[in-house]
Design a protein around this ligand. Sequence first.
Ligand code: ADA
Length: 566
Amino acid sequence: MHRTFETTTERRQRTLDGQWEFLTDPGNEGYEADYGESFPTEEADRLSVPSSWNAHREYADYVGPAWYRRTFETRAEGSQLFTFHGVARDATVYLDGEEIASHEGSYTPFTGLARNLDAGEHELVVRADNTRREATLPHDDADWFPHGGIHREVVVERVPDVYVRNLAVDYDLYGDEATVAAEVTLHNVGPRPAEPDLTVSVGDASVTDSVEVDGMDAATATLALDVEDVDRWTPDDPMLYDVEARLHGERAEREGGAFVDDLRDRIGFRTVSTGGREILVNGEPVDIAGVNRHEDHPEWGSAQPLRVQERDLDLIRRAGCNAVRCSHYPNHPRFLDLCDEAGVLVVEEIPLWQVDESTMVSTQERAQRTLLEAIERDRHHPSIFAWSLSNECANDEATVVEGTRKLKWTADGVDGSRLITVASNSDWEGETDGVFEFCDFLSVNAYWGWYRDGDWGEFLDGIEADYGEKPIVVTEFGAGAVPGDRTHEGRKWSESYQADLLADCVDLFRERESVAGFTVWQFCDTLTDPDRAMTRPRTRNNKGVLDEYRRPKEAYRVLRDRLTDE
Ligand code: ADA
């Protein structure tokens, strides 16, 4: 299951996990060119879905297009909704030879609908391509490994002619009362108009209305309801409420019978804001102590089995951390569910990474789309307290500033309930950041003591002086450590050097009033882009406080000693 709870009780929902046929296509010919119309099953390998093909020895370094195929059976005629929760990176989906969906970007979902699909066997073919270019997100210079493949779940749901396409819940909180507005989009894939009853419920409160939706059309209705005696979501007591949009309707006379459909999610009632140099949850200051986490594992690549997610979160919490920065992209939605349940605070980012003037222009539209997709997918997670619009872009350039401002407007337009930030290394590069001006808090990346010598204290003095009274979160700092290299001398690349540097930084950040928190770079060692292999031993970014198998380095203990009483 792609979430920790059921997202429907009425639809027949299947996850197309398991082995799919798989074929790389280095010449980008399509299988038709070499093999004729039908998929060359005899030539194909079998690969597990979800997984990254680079986690399989034979395809460890493969970058380019590849093809997946499988068949599946449907018992009865009906419409089927296919949701791909993540294909890395660009994908086109064909059902029985017809294209039903295409999408760019590894980390946000997309859907394809097959109207009135016949009963019987069907063929699903997916073309995926992990080639990075100047205008892809991330671009071709990004330093994390370009995993490819169907790395998140593929879910198929049988939906009635009129079904709930989307549910977006917003609320305002007044003490322990909430006024909720639920925007529900219905999609009618049948030819005739319909007027089903729509019930929206939040916990025990509910409201019902009827909604008209024309044949072959969509309609959006906003239903309002009040929730009383609200138990707020707090990091210490992360109370969650079930939300549901449920449809009841009569089919057209000729067909007879009733239909029903439902879509479920969860929300948590809380506010996030800033006050002076502090980040506030429900008006209370929180000290952010967290890690940066890439989705990466030696056995799974960028895919994320539940057990890996549970264990990662457990290790994060055992270190005394209360926050995760999902660097540098929307993480798997189930990981966010776990954070909601644990009361862990999350910064979600889009993969707009180290973009300059020219790449800002070429990626602007993709960035807007990705941001919208991320917010649409994740708007209900109470754990997410901030959207991070970019990482280490050339924020001293006017084009980049204006492009980022557009992203902020986009986020504000669809979700006014979270803080906005960007992670910036401008000051570390000796430049002035033009984007900080419209951020709610400043996310600062710097590697004093690793890439360069310098004084963290002086550096923070400068930031405090330059950007007004806003909270500062040091979102990246750290040092590389080759696991097992423990030395008395504590030279670079040793665990000892990394541990000492982290200890000094954490002590300094915690003492400083302007610093509302920090997220260590990074949770665990991760595969790096092969182009960086000569400066990164083991072709990994070794700045993890755990190694790639999540075994602790000295730095993990140092962090834990400082953040817990154990
Ligand atoms: C940058 C970047 C990270 C990581 C880090 C490093 O700050 O944001 O993605 O690559 O550097 O390890 O050098």
